[in-house]
Design a protein around this ligand. Structure first.
Ligand code: SF4
Ligand code: SF4
Length: 311
């Protein structure tokens, strides 16, 4: 497999994370997902290329974008800027014509297309100086989206990390063909593996639970460096019966570490930037008491449990 024929798409890099694996991590978020979880805190990661994101606070309502977009994505009514991001082709034309979107720091721009495409080698070169500093105290974590969908590009990127003795973690939701895992498992030092036995009415949004369980079972025969990760979402994934199912999978596969991620109440930010409403109603954060009950249940089963608060 020649590297130059392969590209890798990502939508963000987080430096110095303490919540995405062991030690201090550089986290690379790969674009594209095969799930459509309505509680996702980066919904723009789901398509193969993100649509345009709008921060109305930096928009002066000049209407240049309205005039240059052939897809009619932008419209301004009563001095408010709206977008129909589903029609966006990510051509970048509106950004080129927007005086308020030329800042190097994209978080200060009115319009932003987060997806970047490069080669695995160029991406490695970009993060390598930081990774050299983290060598003894952390490493790199590949997240998403669903990073396993880009397993071929990941193979190259992880090979560069391995040849520089950089610790590698991959975070996955587990719903991909097992040969994707097989193709890179020797290059991954630690897995963050999602198991989501969600309430029945939400199962259409997530990877098939039997596929996920089958994959984690097969992967755990190759490595025990797997931490299970579970989002806790009120009335969707927070019931003892659901946690018991996860415990059963962990015991069957001799896995002993779990991280619980209570729903992030600030999730609606990117939905707004895409011009959408966050579709889940009410407060999806689990009650603190329930998080304690779940933690007690896991620890009574000798499972080391950590609560991760995503901000
Ligand atoms: S071109 Fe930029 S500043 Fe002008 S309306 Fe569009 S987003 Fe706002
Ligand atoms: S990126 Fe292109 S298609 Fe998307 S809103 Fe801008 S001009 Fe329209």
């Amino acid at each position: 497999m020649k590297e130059e024929k392969i590209s890798i798409r990502y939508f963000g890099i987080k430096w110095n994370s303490k919540t995405d694996g062991k030690g201090i991590r550089t986290v690379i978020y790969l674009q594209g997902c095969n799930q459509s979880c309505p509680w996702c805190h980066s919904p723009h990661s789901q398509p193969q290329i993100s649509p345009i994101l709008l921060n109305p606070d930096y928009c002066s309502r000049c209407r240049y974008c309205v005039n240059v977009c052939n897809q009619n994505v932008h419209f301004i009514q009563e001095n408010k800027h709206y977008t129909n991001s589903e029609a966006c082709l990510s051509c970048g034309n509106c950004i080129e014509h927007c005086n308020n979107s030329q800042n190097q720091n994209s978080s200060l721009n009115a319009l932003y297309l987060p997806t970047k495409e490069t080669t695995p080698y160029e991406l490695f070169q970009k993060v390598q100086p930081q990774l050299s500093l983290l060598k003894d105290i952390g490493g790199v974590t590949i997240s998403g989206g669903e990073p396993m969908l880009q397993h071929k590009a990941l193979n190259h990127f992880l090979s560069y990390c391995n040849s520089h003795q950089i610790h590698t973690s991959v975070e996955t939701s587990g719903g991909v063909p097992f040969y994707y895992f097989k193709s890179i498992h020797k290059l991954v030092k630690h897995w963050l593996f999602g198991i989501r036995p969600v309430a029945k009415e939400y199962s259409k949004y997530v990877a098939n639970i039997n596929t996920v369980i089958n994959n984690i079972s097969r992967l755990s025969r190759l490595t025990k460096n797997i931490t299970v990760r579970v989002p806790l979402i009120k009335n969707i994934l927070d019931k003892p019966i659901q946690i018991k199912k996860i415990i059963s999978v962990m015991h069957q596969n001799n896995l002993s570490h779990i991280e619980l991620l209570p729903f992030n109440p600030y999730t609606d930010h990117y939905y707004k930037a895409m011009g959408n409403n966050f579709s889940l109603q009410g407060n999806c954060s689990p009650d603190n008491k329930n998080v304690d009950t779940i933690t007690d249940l896991l620890e009574s089963e000798n499972i080391k449990t950590k609560i991760i608060q995503i901000k």
